[in-house]
Design a protein around this ligand. Sequence first.
Ligand code: C2E
Ligand code: MG
Ligand code: MG
Ligand code: MG
Length: 281
Amino acid sequence: DAKAAGRDTLRFFDPRMQAVVAARAQLEADMRTGLAAGQFELYYQPKVGHGSIRGAEALLRWRHPARGFVPPSEFIAQAEQSGLILQLGQWVLEEACRQLAQWTGPPLLSQLSVAVNVSPRQFREAGFVAQVLQALAGSGADARRLRLELTEGMLLHDVEGTIDKMVQLRGYGVGFSLDDFGTGYSSLAYLKRLPLHELKIDQGFVRDVLTDPNDAAIARTIVALGTSLGLQVVAEGVETEAQRQFLEKNGCHVWQGYLLSPPLPRERFEALVQEHAAGQT
Ligand code: C2E
Ligand code: MG
Ligand code: MG
Ligand code: MG
């Protein structure tokens, strides 16, 4: 067996490795088929600002006939590695823009922004700006209602190229959020150069904000930093009224989380927007 063969032997046919590789290849093949077969769907999680629903974050959902529901944490990384994220990401952009274009009639829905998560690999593609513009033009969606969520890591590879792409899209009205803020490697020097609208406090800091003084200090600092840079600061993963009140008291008035709602299928999201508005009066 492999042990007896010694540690210097190259084990091309290690059955465990082979199984991992086969499982990955199968996952990728299933994603490819699933994309063509319409197994992917966008769910929408409300973003609340000063008591009203201001927008939605589009979150990808995959329902495979045999695998069942597969969460993004189990397929996004593989899609990144294989490059399939390019097609998947394009579909997400187009679908979110189609939805945005449909939310033009009813007064409550016509005010909403839609945020789309962009993967690093997708953002780094030379044709990314054109892809976004095409999704907007193809659907007739208003660029000013589209937000793109980027993460810190992806901004560091090619800072000038990143800023250039962001500035181009900003020129059309597209807004940018920095997702999972505080978990990456942001340098404050870059932060001030990026044409951002919004910082999202990672849910890892929100979770224990009431019990862990360090998390509380970090959350307050992100709010102060964002606010002084003229950015909107959004808290992710708000699950309790006490967390919401803490954030509010510390100057963070925009949040997402299970306290109001998990991500929902389109129809249920639309119903929630109506109910929530009715409950506000
Ligand atoms: P993210 O963009 O930071 O999204 C927030 C995640 O937190 C979502 O998980 C959401 O369902 C979850 N969440 C929201 N409120 C709460 C809460 O109150 N408590 C807790 N515990 N969780 C909450 P989800 O949908 O599983 O997505 C996970 C990650 O997968 C996303 O993190 C994003 O990085 C990635 N992702 C999802 N959809 C897409 C997509 O269309 N494209 C790309 N590139 N990545 C995506
Ligand atoms: Mg996000
Ligand atoms: Mg996040
Ligand atoms: Mg997160």
